[in-house]
Design a protein around this ligand. Structure first.
Ligand SMILES: [Ca+2]
Ligand SMILES: [Ca+2]
Length: 1008
């Protein structure tokens, strides 16, 4: 390999596009292959270095690197987020191609498997194949293992399978667990007798820091006490630097490649004590100072070993700066973390991904120079292949362009005609072409924290604080009449003050066409094949679900709204979801004789589609709501148990801002959204308020109305402001209905989405006075009468506004009934996984489109509403995650009678208790310990609290779940048990963390 290398290096020297400057270099230098040191900072913004204009902190070592090399002013990370950015750096592929075409858009969850194919070419392999010694020292964040990572050594495949001889560092991210170091494929301080246990109790100790350091999440791991003892945030920078110096020194005689992804300056800001107080902008600057020291030590080591002239050093960052606590403090001290650029980490605006990029290679790169070439970090693979004479071996389909001409020369023509840029939200996918920057949606597509104290403050809400101006934004919000997407001329307007979308429609059209090509499933698929990447069908998460593989990836099942000229206005109907609370399958007269007389709701059914097999994936409030709004199982979206407002343990447990909601999806298609009523997803939790979840307007109370639900159990909020305190429950339904009626009047000329979340018929049962005695079923029945009356008023408002025919109305409930209500004969009820807990009324009405009078037993789910509404609005579903719901429009139209769901999963809290396939439902063994707190006690209305053997029911013949046929159909039992194992591996269980499960931000989720 070595001799081969020399030949190639020599030919490289001869072929390289040398400038006159480079040619002056003594010829013997070419005989020694260049070492490469790639320093990859974390969250370091465009304005964070002295050589990029910072004055409140000092970076003499990095500035020296720039003085001795070339500084780029238009360099970009592929994504504004850590994991996808690293994916692109390592693979030379846009992150939207990852995971078999589904793309990786967010930070990788704790227990995720390795997301790079071990067959793929990486920058590590580019060097290793040429005989280099290679090492990765620092933050990995690309996963370990296959299937879920159980954190038991060996952690393979991992960095060592992607071209790095040696790995040492922080396996995930310094702000999240596990707080241990990993060396090669083992945990530093690993003790087989004391393994690292996800969810282990108590969590192992790890240093904590004051608020000024910004967030460090609580440890989610128990065990491995020695490994946790060794991990020290304030020593990480020093430790990694020692490792880097050691590696350079040890390999001074042979070519080496050092990939040095520092945790600096990702939060928590934990510089070694000697750096604290050394900058003029708080811990933020101090952490940059430590980073600068680290760079200085690496440069000195090169010098000490006589390697400076023979080493290409590249310094850059994985994404822009973040406005977390330390970032805000820095700003207040006069330090603009992203310089004059608009926006922050996670977003598509320039501040999210335009980053410092410095390259030094004495004798080859002219010192003290600057380049405004458009370059991307995705280009480093092709660059390193060229550097090592392997250009011919760069696989087809990579998105990487050789940058050497821009490093060593000064090409007149741009190396790149275009560059795709990925923010956190797929719909804000962006494209750079020459001076034009196009973002395919409103806003940045990044952080949505809306208040200055939010950890993830960003987007429109933070523009003013950062001293920026943008023509789409007023008072921290996108203007109502703002264009649906954004176009900027970065030459004339580098700070993105003016959206030219309406001024340059031709450019917009071209950019859109280009992005649509990126997004089309064919394009993604083709490339995946070209690259030898795994075909979509092999994606493990899909396998486990046993459902149709995404042959058409979720990327673009539906044409994006804006280029769908074929979509007439009528195909963008309004959407109203009326969501009852604890309303049972048998509680309405249209569902049978046990029901209360509900003429208005029955009329909906008569005029539309009534389901007799509608599945909600939870039997209590919060998870059912999270599933409806996200289209995902509660376990997948991190909200499997109900939250209680007054218990301190729930103070951080809310609806993750990382979830993509119905209003967030419909907003860019021109929908105005209103949420009214009970939220119960953590209104006080940062990022979990209805407004943070994408609703434009909101009126409601935080959770259930009941004393003991915390101080705000009877406070009516309008958005984040108090509308009125001490509101009686008897008034609320009327207030809510008034609000909905007014909204319909106001918004009738544009598409709207209303999520009307009732308190009825959750306890306390307090109907308004005029309904008392209206039913023959006591307060419970009276309350339902009020619900029916409210529904009638909403329908009348739609008619009065003339939008009745253009509005899809969905009526359903969040879970089965309490003992006051009726399941219509189904077993169980709220709090259990019998049909009575999960099967609820569901009606969909859309005059003229959905045939009237349909009664359907095709299994559909509340999770299907998100895909349905996306279809109706002509917007794409999120393509960066699994959406469990399916587009059920064909079922509603009467064109399809088969269920789109091959399997359904019944979780009670975090416990997987039943699996359904068609008519078969298998109840899985369980103990009271497995149950959430609401189901531990034996209670005939709560199904099987204890089950030793699986029980199998045929719901077609036995919907009441009375006759166990497990003994007669062992093959069905075996099949469903296998499916249970598969979904457990994916979505988790009481003692299992799934591979595609959002972390539950809650200790002991099953206990109160
Ligand atoms: Ca980062
Ligand atoms: Ca409920």
């Amino acid at each position: 390999m070595r001799s081969n290398f020399l030949v190639r290096a020599l030919s490289l020297f001869l072929l390289a596009p040398c400038t006159a400057f480079a040619e002056e270099r003594p010829s013997d230098a070419a005989e020694r292959p260049p070492n490469v040191v790639l320093i990859f900072a974390d969250d370091l913004g465009y304005g964070d270095l002295g050589c990029y204009g910072a004055t409140k902190l000092q970076t003499p070592n990095i500035d020296r690197l720039a003085a001795e090399g070339r500084r780029f002013t238009d360099a970009h990370s592929a994504s504004a987020v850590c994991t996808p950015s690293r994916y692109a750096l390592l693979t030379g592929e846009y992150p939207l191609r990852a995971m078999g075409g589904r793309g990786v858009w967010g930070p990788l969850p704790t227990n995720h498997e390795l997301i790079i194919d071990t067959d793929a070419l990486t920058i590590g392999k580019a060097f290793k194949n040429e005989g280099y010694a290679t090492a990765c020292l620092g933050k990995w964040h690309l996963g370990f293992g296959r299937g879920a990572n159980d954190w038991q050594p060996p952690l393979r495949p991992g960095p060592q399978d992607l071209g790095f001889d040696y790995y040492f560092g922080v396996p995930l991210v310094n702000s999240g667990s596990p707080f241990v170091y990993v060396e090669n494929d083992t945990i530093v301080g690993y003790d087989p007798d004391d393994p690292l246990v996800y969810g282990g109790k108590p969590p192992s100790p790890t240093p904590t820091f004051p608020e000024e350091a910004s967030r460090k999440s609580p440890n989610r791991f128990g065990g491995a006490l020695e490994a946790h003892r060794i991990y020290d945030d304030e020593k990480t920078g020093t430790l990694l630097t020692e490792k880097a110096v050691e590696f350079i020194t040890e390999n001074r005689e042979r070519p080496f490649f050092l990939y040095f992804p520092t945790p600096n300056i990702h939060h928590p800001f934990t510089p070694a004590p000697r750096f604290k107080g050394t900058s003029q902008c708080g811990l933020y600057g101090d952490f940059v100072h430590e980073l600068d020291w680290m760079v200085g030590e690496v440069l000195r080591s090169l010098e000490d070993n006589g390697l400076s002239d023979d080493t290409l050093v590249i310094f850059t960052s994985d994404n822009g700066g973040m406005l977390n606590r330390a970032g805000r403090d820095a700003f207040k001290a006069g330090h603009e973390i992203n310089g004059d650029l608009l926006g922050f980490k996670f977003g598509a605006w320039e501040g999210g991904h335009r980053v410092p990029f410095i390259a030094r290679w004495p004798g080859r790169i002219e010192p003290g120079t600057e380049s405004d070439q458009l370059i991307g970090q995705v280009d480093l693979l092709a660059t390193f292949m060229a550097l090592t004479g392997q250009s011919d071996e760069l696989p087809e389909g990579k998105d990487s362009v050789n940058l050497l001409p821009a490093l060593t020369g000064d090409p007149e023509e741009p190396l790149r005609t275009e560059l795709a840029l990925m923010p956190h939200k797929p719909r804000n996918l962006a494209l750079r072409r020459g001076k034009w920057m196009y973002i395919d949606a409103q806003g940045s597509g990044g952080f949505t924290g809306s208040r200055p104290h939010h950890h993830a403050w960003g987007g429109p809400a933070a523009v003013e604080f950062a001293g920026d101006v943008n023509s789409d934004i007023r008072d921290g919000r996108i203007k109502k009449d703002a264009p649906p997407a954004q176009l900027y001329d970065l030459e004339a307007d580098p700070s993105q003050t003016t959206n030219l979308y309406r001024k340059s429609p031709q450019v917009v059209k071209e950019m859109q066409a280009r992005l649509n090509a990126w997004r089309s499933p064919e394009a993604t698929k083709e490339t995946a094949q070209k690259d030898g990447g795994s075909a979509p069908a092999e994606a493990p998460q899909k396998d486990a679900r046993g459902e149709a593989a995404p042959a058409a990836t979720p990327a673009a099942r539906v044409a994006p709204a804006r280029n769908g000229a074929a979509r007439a206005d009528a195909s963008k109907p309004n959407v109203v979801v009326i969501f009852a609370d604890d309303l049972g399958y048998g509680d309405l007269s249209c569902y049978g004789p046990t029901g209360v007389e509900t003429p208005h709701i029955d009329a909906l059914a008569a005029e539309g589609f009534r389901s007799t097999d509608f599945f909600v994936p939870a039997n209590v409030c919060s998870p059912s709501r999270a599933a409806l709004l996200s289209g995902r199982y509660p376990m997948r979206c991190g909200m499997p148990v109900a939250r209680h407002e007054s218990e301190p343990k729930y103070s951080n447990y809310g609806f993750s801002p990382e979830e993509i909601t119905i209003p967030e999806l419909l907003g860019p298609a021109g929908y105005r959204s209103l949420m009214v009523g009970k939220w119960h997803l953590g209104m006080d939790v940062e990022g979990s308020h209805p407004i943070d979840a994408g609703f434009d307007e909101h009126l409601g109370i935080p959770s259930n109305y009941s004393s003991g639900r915390g101080p705000d159990y009877n406070t009516l909020f309008r958005g984040k402001q108090v509308e009125e305190r001490d509101v009686p429950l008897t008034e609320l339904t009327k207030r809510y209905t008034d609000e909905v009626v007014r909204f319909i009047e106001r918004r009738k000329d544009q598409p709207f989405f209303i999520y009307f979340s009732h308190h009825i018929v959750h306890s306390p049962l307090k109907p308004r006075e005029e309904f008392v005695g209206a039913s023959r079923k006591g307060k419970y029945g009276d309350f339902i009468k009020e619900l029916d009356h409210s529904t009638g008023r909403v329908m009348r408002a739609l008619r009065d506004a003339g939008v009745d025919d253009d509005t899809v109305v969905v009526f359903t409930s969040d879970n089965g009934p309490t003992r006051f209500g009726s399941t219509g004969g189904l077993a169980g009820g709220k709090y259990c996984t019998m049909e009575g807990g999960h099967r609820v009324p569901a009606i969909v009405r859309w005059p003229g489109r959905i045939p009237a009078g349909q009664v359907s037993d095709t299994t559909v789910s509340s999770m299907d509403l998100l895909p349905l509404f996306c279809e109706l609005a002509g917007v794409e579903q999120p393509n960066d995650r699994t959406i469990d719901g399916k587009n059920i429009l064909p079922v509603l139209l009467g064109e399809e009678t088969r269920s789109p769901h091959k399997f359904l999963y019944y979780y009670n809290g975090t416990n997987l208790q039943a699996v359904r396939e068609g008519d078969w439902k298998l109840h899985l063994p369980r103990t009271p310990r497995d149950q959430p707190f609401w189901s531990k006690k034996r209670d005939p209305t709560k199904g099987f609290v204890t089950l030793d053997q699986p029980k199998l029911y045929n719901l077609e013949q036995d919907v009441r779940e009375r006759h166990d046929v497990a003994a007669q159909r062992p093959e069905v039992v075996a099949r469903l048990q296998k499916q249970a194992d598969a979904i457990r591996a994916e979505l988790g269980d009481v003692r299992t963390t799934g591979s595609d499960q959002r972390e539950i931000d809650l200790e002991d989720p099953q206990e109160r």
